[in-house]
Design a protein around this ligand. Sequence first.
Ligand SMILES: [Zn+2]
Length: 56
Amino acid sequence: MAEDLHARYMKADAARRAHSRTCTGCSPDARCEVGRRLEESFERLQDAYLTRLRKS
Ligand SMILES: [Zn+2]
C-alpha cells in the first residue's frame, strides 16, 4: 500500500516536471492552469506520503 502511494507520488512528480519543461505558459513563479493542477496533485501526494512515513 505504501509502495503504491510512493509510486503515485513519483509519477506526479515526473508529470509536473515534464509539464514545466515543455509548457510555455509556466514559469517558476507562475503556472498555467494545467501546471497548477499537476502541482496541487503532487503536493497532495507528497503530504500523504510524508505523513505516512512519519507515522510508521
Ligand atoms: Zn503549464
